[in-house]
Design a protein around this ligand. Structure first.
Ligand SMILES: Nc1ncnc2c1ncn2[C@@H]1O[C@H](COP(=O)(O)OP(=O)(O)OP(=O)(O)O)[C@@H](O)[C@H]1O
Length: 216
């Protein structure tokens, strides 16, 4: 892949539940891009992320990730998903949670733990590394989930409201981490209501009445 190649390609995607939620949605995400996805509550942001992650199947259209055959659920090393509920593993410490994508893909333990410590430090929670998720605040858990999502340097990160529980100064840390992450050749699509995050994105998209448009 070249420095500006497409890592996520969506064409003609539609999805209805009791009524149409997504209608003929198209999207291309390229390496190096941080793209935000805004839209009113219930507009379909999470539904779209679920389709892109392979957690749901569109009624029509296609989703292709990093050159994988269509319909193949991408591995964590290719696509990371940061859900609103974080999905941390309660029985692992914070640093073990962050290291887990690298450990699961067979990387050296020392390297994985060093990167985990580095990422937790970058997000201001290095001193909490040995604690368990139940022993920290919701905003601290959210930072752990963000660190874990970028830890394995996936080609694509899909994040659902990743700054919802963070204060302004901590959002700045998160934005810098995300910009550094995409600068290394990944791409990030973030569903968000956060104006700070949206202002710093390379591109802004909006879901409106089922259609994906360029946001102002
Ligand atoms: N599995 C499902 N079954 C039925 N309806 C669903 C399902 N998932 C989503 N919906 C509906 O699709 C619409 C879009 O929901 P979605 O969660 O994608 O919105 P959102 O833009 O992420 O909202 P928010 O900003 O509140 O998180 C809503 O009307 C929701 O009720």
């Amino acid at each position: 892949m070249t420095a500006s190649s497409t890592v996520l390609s969506v064409s003609g995607v539609s999805r209805s539940f009791s009524s149409p939620v997504l209608v003929d949605v198209g999207l291309e995400l390229r390496e190096g891009e941080l793209v935000t996805l805004v839209g009113r509550s219930g507009s379909g942001k999470s539904a779209l992320l679920a389709l892109l992650a392979g957690f749901d199947v569109p009624d029509a259209g296609s989703v292709q990730v990093a050159g994988l055959p269509e319909g193949v659920c991408p591995p964590w090393s290719t696509m990371a998903v940061l859900p609103q509920s974080f999905g941390l593993l309660d029985e692992l410490t914070l640093e073990e949670n962050v290291a887990s994508p690298m450990l699961f893909s067979g990387g050296p333990v020392a390297d994985a733990m060093a990167r985990a410590a580095d990422l937790l430090g970058t997000l201001g929670i290095g001193k909490l590394a040995r604690r368990y998720p139940a022993e920290v605040s919701i905003g601290q858990r959210q930072r752990v989930a963000l660190a874990r999502a970028v830890a394995g340097r996936p080609k694509v990160l899909l994040a659902d409201e990743p700054t919802a529980h963070l204060d302004h100064a901590t959002i700045e840390l998160a934005v810098r981490l995300l910009l550094d992450f995409v600068a290394e050749g990944s791409a990030c699509l973030i569903a968000t209501h956060d104006p700070t995050l949206t202002a710093r994105a390379h591109r802004r998209l909006e879901l409106k009445e089922g259609q994906l448009i360029t946001a102002r």
